[in-house]
Design a protein around this ligand. Structure first.
Ligand SMILES: N[C@@H](CCC(=O)N[C@@H](CS)C(=O)NCC(=O)O)C(=O)O
Length: 209
């Protein structure tokens, strides 16, 4: 398998971490969505990352769909998400909140670096959405005493939240005040201390306008 995309993307990083936690071998192509768009396009016309190329040449896109495939590959016993029921629904919701936060944080970067004049209405909307999700995730995580969101094993929800927190903190330090989100800060620190997180990491390098 070949994973396309840089690890400063929280979406690429969550996929790379799942591959590593599952012990699945992969090659990495750290192509930039802007600088290397023409290389990405033959595999993904959206020119987005992550894009995962399977050995037969099939290209998977969207981090959630890619993880769905990896879960199928390793089987239900090893999958880092419950197979069905309320726990699966809750985990998918945590993932959706985290990746939605990531979408908004990415939008804000593009607004900052690609536009001459930022659109106040859009910037404020994204900031409000980011703040709202952080509060919701903080409440959820504070209510859980286990090492990870759903017990003793790390899952996709844990990884998604940790990746997005790192990205948001680097991209928009003013929007992530650790003092307001102690449970999330502790969660991120716990995850980031794990060897796969220390190996699969890249300081944010936003596109230039
Ligand atoms: N929903 C997508 C989001 C992926 C995404 O936003 N990737 C960014 C990089 S962090 C990207 O490719 N941006 C270029 C673009 O959207 O044109 C996923 O979960 O994979």
């Amino acid at each position: 398998m070949i994973l396309i995309g840089q690890y400063d993307s929280p979406f690429v990083r969550r996929v790379a971490l799942a591959l590593r936690f599952y012990g699945l071998a992969f090659e990495h192509r750290p192509w930039s969505t802007f600088g290397d768009a023409d290389k990405i396009a033959p595999h993904n016309p959206l020119r987005r990352v992550p894009t995962l190329l399977l050995d037969g040449g099939e290209a998977l896109i969207e981090s959630t769909a890619i993880l769905d495939y990896l879960d199928e590959l390793v089987g239900p016993e090893r999958a880092m998400m419950a197979r069905s029921g309320p726990e699966r629904r809750r985990a998918l919701k945590v993932c959706a909140l985290a990746t939605g936060l990531g979408d908004k944080a990415v939008s804000l970067i593009y607004e900052r670096v690609l536009r001459k004049d930022q659109l106040k209405l859009w910037v404020e909307r994204c900031q409000t959405q980011i703040g709202g999700v952080l509060v919701a995730l903080e409440q959820e995580r504070a209510a859980v005493a286990s090492p990870y969101w759903f017990g003793d094993r790390i899952g996709h929800a844990d990884i998604a939240v940790a990746c997005v927190l790192r990205f948001t903190g680097e991209a928009h330090p003013g929007l992530f005040d650790g003092l307001r989100y102690p449970a999330l800060v502790a969660h991120a620190a716990h995850c980031e201390a794990l060897p796969p997180f220390q190996e699969i990491v890249q300081k944010l390098d936003p596109p230039k306008g």
